[in-house]
Write a protein that binds this ligand. Structure first.
Ligand code: SF4
Ligand code: MG
Length: 342
C-alpha cells in the first residue's frame, strides 16, 4: 500500500485573549492511496481542524505551530505546512489533488452563480479545456452523482436546489478535477436519513471507481462502518486509537472507543439521539487535563498514572495502535505508584 498523505506530530492552535487552545495536539497518521479512512470522535475533538490544517484553511486566529503534512506526489514529496497558505502551490493542490465536501452544502457554494458556473470554474482552473468542453464535463459529473436532468440542473442556482441535490452538486464540484483525496466533513448531517444512505452509497461507489482516497470525518460510527477501511478515533486533538475498521469494531481497546461504540444504536433500534454512554462531557477548551486527556471521564482511570503521565502509543495488533496506559509497559505505572506511596 502506498502512502498518499503523511501527517506527523501535527499541532494546530487557536489563540485568543483567554490563551492558546490546542485543537490538534501531536497528531500522526497516514492516508494510503485509494483507501477510505474514517476519523471519529465527538464534536470539539479536533477532527475538522485536522482537515482545515491539511487544506491550509485554518481560520485566522488559528495556526499550525508544529509538525509536517507530507503529500506524496508522483515525482516529489511536498510538506503542506511549509507552503504559503495563499500561494499558488497550495491553491493548485486544493481541488486538483485534495478537495473537500463540507458539512453544510451551502458553505461550498457562492449564491451568486449557477452550480454549473462554479463546477466549470473548478474544471477550467486545473485543466486546459475551453468553456464548451468544461460545460460538457460538468454535465457528465452531475449525471455521475445522480443529479436528475443534469443538462437543466447545471443552470440552477444553489438556493433553488433541495438539500439532497445541493449535497450532490457539492460532491460534483469536489470531484470536478478527479482529486487523489476527497475529505468529507460530516457529509450527511445536514440531510435526512434516506438521502444520507444515498449520499454514502454514492461516495463509496465514486471512491472505488475513481480509485481516490476518502477521508470521512464524522461523529457517527455507523457512517464509518458503512464506508471505511480504517478508522482513527480522536479525543481532544489526539489520535487515541487507530485500526482497520473491522478490527476496531470487533476489538476496541481504548476506553473512549469502547464508550463511543456503546453509544451506537443497535441495528433495528432505529436512529436515536446520541446516547450518553460516556460519563461527563468534553472538557472546556482551555481546561486540558494533564496526563491522559480522557482521564476525567475514564472508567478505567489509574490514579497517579493516568492523570500524570501522557500515555505512549502502543501497537496492540498489526496496524492497531492505542494510546492508553492499560496497554503500555507496566513499569511506569509501578514507578508512579511507588512515588505516590512515598
Ligand atoms: Fe483511561 Fe488511563 Fe487509558 Fe487514559 S490512559 S484511557 S485514563 S486507562
Ligand atoms: Mg466538526
Amino acid at each position: 500500500d502506498s502512502i498518499l498523505l503523511e501527517v506527523r506530530n501535527l499541532h494546530t492552535r487557536f489563540f485568543s485573549r483567554e490563551g492558546a487552545l490546542a485543537a490538534v495536539d501531536g497528531l500522526s497518521f497516514n492516508v494510503r492511496r485509494g483507501e477510505a479512512l474514517g476519523i471519529a470522535g465527538e464534536s470539539g475533538c479536533g477532527k475538522s481542524v485536522t482537515a482545515q490544517s491539511i487544506l491550509r484553511i485554518v481560520p485566522r486566529h488559528g495556526k499550525i505551530v508544529d509538525g509536517e503534512i507530507l503529500l506524496h506526489q508522483d515525482d516529489k514529496i511536498v510538506d503542506l505546512v511549509r507552503l504559503d497558505w495563499k500561494g499558488r502551490e497550495i491553491r493548485d493542490i486544493r481541488g486538483r489533488v485534495i478537495s473537500m465536501v463540507f458539512q453544510e452544502p451551502m458553505a461550498g457554494f457562492s449564491m451568486a452563480y449557477t452550480i454549473g458556473n462554479q463546477i466549470m470554474e473548478v474544471i477550467q482552473l486545473h485543466q486546459r479545456v475551453n468553456r464548451q468542453e468544461a460545460r460538457q464535463r460538468a454535465i457528465e459529473i452531475l449525471r455521475r452523482v445522480g443529479m436528475p436532468k443534469p443538462e437543466q440542473a447545471i443552470d440552477a442556482y444553489p438556493f433553488a436546489l433541495s438539500g439532497g441535490m445541493r449535497q450532490r452538486a457539492m460532491i460534483a464540484m469536489a470531484l470536478a478535477c478527479t482529486p487523489s483525496l476527497l475529505i468529507a466533513d460530516e457529509p450527511t448531517t445536514a440531510v435526512d436519513v434516506t438521502i444520507q444512505a444515498q449520499v454514502l452509497q454514492l461516495m463509496k461507489e465514486l471512491q472505488e471507481e475513481m480509485g481516490m482516497a476518502l477521508m470521512v470525518i464524522t461523529h457517527d460510527l455507523a457512517v464509518i462502518s458503512e464506508l471505511c477501511d480504517r478508522v482513527m478515533v480522536m479525543y481532544l486533538g489526539k489520535d487515541v486509537e487507530s485500526a482497520p475498521a473491522g478490527e476496531l469494531f470487533r476489538n476496541p481497546k481504548h476506553p473512549y472507543t469502547v464508550g463511543l461504540l456503546r453509544s451506537v444504536p443497535r441495528l433495528g433500534e432505529g436512529k436515536t439521539q446520541e446516547i450518553q454512554a460516556i460519563e461527563g462531557s468534553v472538557p472546556g477548551p482551555y481546561a486540558r487535563p494533564t496526563g491522559c486527556p480522557f482521564h476525567p471521564r475514564c472508567p478505567e482511570f489509574i490514579p497517579h498514572v493516568c492523570d500524570v503521565i501522557p500515555p505512549p502509543q502502543v501497537e496492540v495488533a498489526p496496524d492497531h495502535r492505542v494510546r492508553c496506559h492499560l496497554y503500555a509497559d507496566v513499569q511506569p505505572q509501578q514507578e508512579a505508584r511507588m512515588v505516590a506511596q512515598n
